[in-house]
Ligand binder design. Structure first.
Ligand SMILES: NC(=O)c1ccc[n+]([C@@H]2O[C@H](COP(=O)([O-])OP(=O)(O)OC[C@H]3O[C@@H](n4cnc5c(N)ncnc54)[C@H](OP(=O)(O)O)[C@@H]3O)[C@@H](O)[C@H]2O)c1
Length: 295
């Protein structure tokens, strides 16, 4: 089975390449080899590679920058997924797409289910929602996985930013009133691999019956401050660190893009359909800190 994987250099793309590589023939693309701003380049590359499955792990992910870069974010996150979906449908192959908790406004008090009302607060969230809708409109075989707060050893993410700040500063302040579920790229990729094996390799379910949107995140919940506290603890286990960590309210931390105050995603649908057992985010984080590929 040949897979075309966009965003192969990104956090999730690189982890998927690693995890799926031994199982499938994975051909990764970057913005240089297949620019999602160019619909013709997308069609041409897919015709050339002739994949059996497309995984779209590429996106415009600079949440604050997207506020000023509306058009580009909408094209990459909103329109390109529709082009990928059309190509997939024409070839009669499935599309796996990744979306985000930022499609919700955060006003709900219980974890969001897949069909809860969406209301993105930012251009990034709106562009990702458009991407979901374009794929659903094409109505081919698709799986859309919404995830949240992705981090890992590699890439630009909260974990690496906080580690750097802890090494450089005497004191840092981190937002304590945005609640979500930090999710390691390792956990996310493992779950996606399990689903790919079930649906496309072992063919345990017809894709027609299971197509749609699923929430895939680590379990539990925490604030960015809670996450930073775990990071600080893990740093202190390895070396002395005198940097202070203080909580901060969102209203005192201005960013270009608004973010939901509560964006925990309910994973029950994925648990029921694909027998996914969620790992608590703190356990998953421990595994990353210990350099784990196990479990
Ligand atoms: N990060 C999070 O916290 C988070 C949370 C929820 C959902 N997600 C979703 O998860 C997916 C993967 O996110 P990530 O964190 O792995 O992102 P990432 O590390 O920022 O990687 C994104 C990738 O997209 C590629 N890309 C950007 N513009 C492109 C273009 N015009 N054409 C082709 N490729 C382009 C980049 O490739 P180049 O380097 O070649 O430009 C990059 O490798 C995205 O759909 C994102 O919305 C992420």
């Amino acid at each position: 089975m040949r897979v075309l994987l966009t965003g192969v250099g990104g956090q999730i793309g690189s982890q998927l390449k690693k995890d799926l590589g031994g199982l499938l023939e994975v051909i990764g693309t970057t913005s240089r080899t297949m620019n999602l701003l160019d619909a013709e380049a997308i069609r041409g590359t897919i015709n050339k590679i002739r994949p059996d499955l497309i995984i779209n792990a590429a996106a415009y992910t600079k949440v604050d920058q997207a506020e000023a870069d509306h058009e580009v974010a909408m094209k990459i996150n909103g329109m390109a997924p529709g082009v990928l979906a059309e190509c997939a449908k024409m070839r009669g192959i499935p599309l796996i797409h990744i979306s985000t908790d930022y499609v919700f406004d955060g006003n709900q008090e219980s974890p969001y289910k897949e069909d809860d009302p969406v209301n993105p607060l930012s251009v990034y969230g709106k562009s990702k929602l458009l991407g979901e809708r374009e794929i659903v409109k094409v109505d081919g075989e698709h799986l859309i996985f919404r995830t949240s707060w992705i981090y890992g050893e590699q890439g630009h993410n909260f974990y690496n930013t906080i580690r750097k700040l802890l090494a450089e500063k005497d004191e840092i302040r981190v937002v304590s009133d945005q609640i979500g579920a930090p999710t390691s790229s390792l956990y996310f990729s493992r779950v996606i691999k399990k689903i790919i094996v079930m649906v496309f390799i072992k063919r345990q379910f017809p894709i027609k019956e299971v197509k749609g949107i699923y929430h895939i995140t680590c379990g539990g919940r925490g604030s960015w401050y809670d996450f930073a506290s775990e990071i600080l603890k893990s740093v202190k286990e390895k070396q002395p660190c005198d940097c202070g960590l203080l909580p901060l309210q969102t209203r005192d931390y201005q960013t270009a893009a608004l973010r939901p105050l509560f964006s925990v995603l309910d994973n029950q649908k994925a648990s029921q359909v694909f027998s996914i057992k969620q790992t608590d985010w703190r356990d998953s984080f421990d595994e990353i800190v210990r350099g784990g590929e196990s479990g």
